[in-house]
Design a protein around this ligand. Structure first.
Ligand code: SAH
Length: 237
């Protein structure tokens, strides 16, 4: 069996597992069956690309676990036309998934080297509806606002005001909110200017640093609470 066949088979198995874990959106599942996640991780760990686990991508950052990517994407409820803002491009894997399911994707990454590699990779894969910019994503991308959907792929202490302001009426925002080392995944909907929120699950993301994020420094994402953090949604988000 050739290399690409092997990865195709591994992808199929990954998607089967996502289905077993409760992902139902067929569009999300079929896009994840198609996108070559192994091209978004460093070469020496490619053989792990279809395990349901986060993996290091350099600069102390990680590509998120496939289940969490699927869960967040499903929660966005994309129908094909949306203008999406993503904070934390990282490897660009989530960005590619969004680009398949939405109209246009604007993605902000703080680390210039990661942004550059992701931009090149996404162009090579043929995506023409993705715009990557280097900067502090907690300030959003005001020139392109409003956005129909907003996704943050790192932990935040709270939803930054600029991001909330740049979300369109009826829009949805998915973000991990909580402490530096463990968070809870929330879906916010903007209805007549007000936030309606739904908790998805506990999670552990690397922190989003910046004006409305966590201060730089700290100990990566290995916190004192273990991999899965608290088991209860916080009350005061
Ligand atoms: N979706 C990415 C996840 C990357 S991890 C993937 O699956 O590959 C989160 C990313 O957020 C890291 O690349 C980190 O550098 C970036 N980040 C941290 N603070 C940021 C900020 N203020 N603005 C934009 N990106 C930020």
């Amino acid at each position: 069996m050739g290399i690409s066949d092997r990865y195709r088979e591994e992808r199929r198995r990954m998607v089967e597992e996502l289905r077993r874990f409760g992902i139902r959106d067929e569009r999300v599942l079929s896009v994840m069956e198609k996108i070559p996640r192994h091209l978004f991780v460093p070469e020496h760990i490619r053989h792990l690309a279809y395990e349901d686990t986060p993996l290091p991508i350099g600069h102390g950052q990680t590509i998120s676990q496939p289940y969490i990517v699927a869960l967040m994407t499903e929660a966005l409820g994309l129908t094909g036309q949306e203008k999406v803002l993503e904070i934390g491009t990282g490897s660009g894997y989530q960005t590619a998934i969004l680009a398949e399911l939405a109209g246009e994707v604007f993605s902000i990454e703080r680390v210039p080297e990661l942004a550059e590699v992701a931009r090149r990779r996404l162009a090579e894969l043929g995506y023409r509806n993705i715009y990557v910019r280097v900067g502090d994503g907690t300030l959003g991308w005001p020139e392109e606002a409003p956005f129909d959907r907003l996704i943050v792929t790192g932990g935040l202490p709270r939803v930054p005001d600029p991001l909330w302001d740049q979300l369109a009426e009826g829009g949805r925002l998915v973000a991990p909110i909580g402490g530096r080392y463990d968070q809870y995944l929330w879906v916010y909907t903007k209805e007549r200017g007000r936030a309606h929120k739904r908790a998805l699950c506990p999670c552990t993301f690397v922190p989003i640093l910046g004006a409305h994020g966590f201060p730089p420094g700290g100990r990566g994402n290995k916190g004192p609470f273990g991999l899965f953090g608290s088991s209860r949604p916080p009350e005061d988000v």
